[in-house]
Write a new protein. Structure first.
Length: 204
């Protein structure tokens, strides 16, 4: 990822609605319609609904070979949905520098952590990380990565078939954010706030 992919002026002109571009909210609504059509239950952009979204994605795996053209639609829309769920958890905001989903991020304003939610959906859709989608790795400061890894190492083993599900990914993000908030409070940095340029600087 190059700095050219991040046009700060374009980012500042994004039509943000509560921390999300209008285009993301439209995709999020589309994901809700897809999930409702598949499982017959309305979803409300909360973590409680992620098991329904996982059910939809697992069911969609059977169509990937027959209809590969659906992959961008599914991953973008569900990525927007998952992004909105974790944005609420993180008290965060989106960075959407272009139509290329590889540059999309949801970033916390309270602690320094970000994630590409479309990458997480690729993982959940395929059931592994061997795909052409974005990386789903948490992006952290190097010194914070060890703290988060140590906290995550305390978790019980997860079944292989559950490892890439969005419900599992949400739990990981929740634990990581909690660990970083605790560290910030311990170090007296709980009032520090992060903005888009802090994350863009890391990407350059």
């Amino acid at each position: 990822m190059t700095s050219d992919e991040f046009d700060q002026e374009e980012l500042e002109e994004q039509d943000l609605v509560g921390g999300a571009p209008e285009s993301i909210l439209e995709l999020c609504l589309a994901a809700g319609r897809f999930v409702h059509a598949a499982v017959g239950i309305e979803v409300d952009q909360t973590s409680d609904t992620l098991s329904l979204v996982d059910h939809y994605l697992v069911g969609a795996r059977g169509t990937l070979d027959e209809r590969p053209e659906l992959v961008p639609l599914i991953t973008r829309s569900v990525g927007a949905y998952f992004g909105e769920v974790i944005r609420s958890l993180m008290n965060g905001f989106w960075i959407v520098p272009s139509d290329d989903v590889h540059g999309w991020l949801v970033c916390s304003s309270e602690v320094f952590v970000s994630l590409n939610p479309v990458g997480a959906v690729y993982d959940a859709l395929y059931g592994h990380r061997d795909h052409d989608g974005p990386s789903s790795e948490l992006r952290l400061d190097r010194e914070d990565a060890a703290l988060v890894d140590q906290r995550l190492s305390l978790l019980p083993e997860v079944r292989e078939e559950d490892f890439h599900l969005l419900t599992t990914r949400f739990d990981v993000i929740e634990i990581a954010v909690a660990a970083l908030r605790e560290a910030a409070a311990r170090d007296g940095h709980q009032e520090v706030r992060f903005e888009a340029d802090d994350y863009l600087t890391q990407a350059r």
